[in-house]
Design a protein around this ligand. Structure first.
Ligand code: PLP
Length: 356
């Protein structure tokens, strides 16, 4: 049976990325060696990093003066690297969920942290608006897509300070005005590659402004100056990322990814709103296109396990909601086809016929 992969992360990748990676693991570029058994400094591997960086810049229209680096440690390590590298006195954080809060917590070890707004009062079901960002902060940190709670900031904020953004789960799902950011980062395992690599887009002139000592491995300059080759980078996930970037380009770039994301999200939210058995959990205007959270309507609460069972029988994978929200979460990343979303909608309608 065809599987419909709604996993939140690690998550679905384009089939050709998986096949291309599998092929390179067996025989990299016809070298007779596996991608896993060559030096990261081999002459065949440098072009992989170079092309991945070039495609990052091309697909996101990254302006001059920015570097793209590939690191280990996950997005979670960036929660401390951002303040280590950019926080001299004071930083602002927008608290929109579990990941945002973890980033905020790390920053507190480095300087004064202003929580400009929080949606913790309503289980992070909305994106706060109308807050003011102090003009004297080193940066404002945001989480553009809240993977767990299903809310998303789908535009570049209009603020007068530079922005640092965790885009782990919505990178390459829309065009971004990179010039507004000093740093954009994310773990690859949501929308780009298998787990193991973290991408960081960093504004070069924002580096070297803090007075503290930064340990070598945690200093962005180390990795910028050495083209992600200061130490051994995660070779296999970087190769997969390259294949995903090529795939995005061939599909029509981030504009096309955004068009598809909107189309898929409209289809599923349309059904959630229409079908009286289900109800969405996020504020309508802040709904994520990437992670679509919904629960059983109160009068059908006891049917939750039954719906998951039916969905599983129909080939749906990864639909169980995160424990902090409950219910269901359908992650609709770039590689997920509209057919999979339609299959879920069909399943919800089948369930409605059985129970309503
Ligand atoms: C998954 C996720 C993280 C954590 O990523 P790791 O690579 O596991 O550290 C951080 N932020 C967001 C928005 C995420 O979705």
């Amino acid at each position: 049976m065809k599987k419909h992969n709604f996993n939140a992360g690690p998550s679905i990748l384009p089939r050709e990325v998986i096949e291309g990676t599998a092929q390179a693991i067996l025989d990299f570029n016809g070298s007779g060696l596996s991608l896993m058994e060559i030096s990261h400094r081999a002459k065949d591997f440098q072009p992989v990093v170079d092309e991945a960086v070039a495609l990052f810049k091309e697909l996101l229209s990254i302006p001059e003066g920015y570097s793209v680096i590939f690191l280990g440690g996950g997005a979670s390590l960036e929660f401390c690297m951002i303040p280590f590298n950019f926080l001299e006195k004071k930083a602002a954080y927008l608290n929109t969920g579990t990941w945002a809060k973890k980033a905020l917590k790390e920053a507190k070890a480095f300087g004064q942290v202003v929580e400009v707004a929080s949606s913790a009062d309503a289980n992070y079901s909305y994106i706060p608006k109308g807050y003011t960002v102090p003009s004297d902060v080193d940066y404002l940190h945001i989480t553009t897509n809240n993977t767990i709670f299903g809310t998303e900031i789908t535009h570049d904020l209009d603020v007068s300070v530079p922005i640092g953004a965790d885009m782990s789960s919505d990178i390459f799902s829309r065009p971004v005005d990179v010039s507004k950011y000093i740093c954009i980062y994310g773990g690859a395992q949501k929308n780009l590659a298998p787990a193991g690599v973290t991408f960081v887009i960093v504004k070069n002139e924002a580096l070297g402004k803090v007075s503290r000592y930064i340990p070598t491995m945690l200093d962005y300059r180390t990795h910028v100056d050495n083209g992600s080759m200061f130490n051994t980078p995660p070779v296999v996930p970087i190769y997969s990322a390259l294949l995903t970037l090529r795939w995005i380009k061939a599909q029509g770039g981030v504009e096309e990814m955004e068009r598809r994301a909107i189309e898929k999200a409209d289809l599923l939210y349309g059904e959630i709103d229409r079908n009286k058995l289900f109800t969405g959990t996020a504020a309508t205007e802040d709904r994520s296109r990437m992670n679509i959270c919904f629960v059983m309507a109160p009068e059908y609460k006891e049917l939750e396990a039954d719906f998951l069972k039916l969905a599983t029988e129909r080939g749906m994978v990864g639909l169980k909601g995160h424990r902090s929200v409950g219910g269901f979460r359908a992650s609709c990343y770039n590689a997920l086809s509209k057919e999979s979303v339609q299959a879920l909608v069909d399943c919800m309608q089948e369930f409605e016929k059985l129970h309503a």
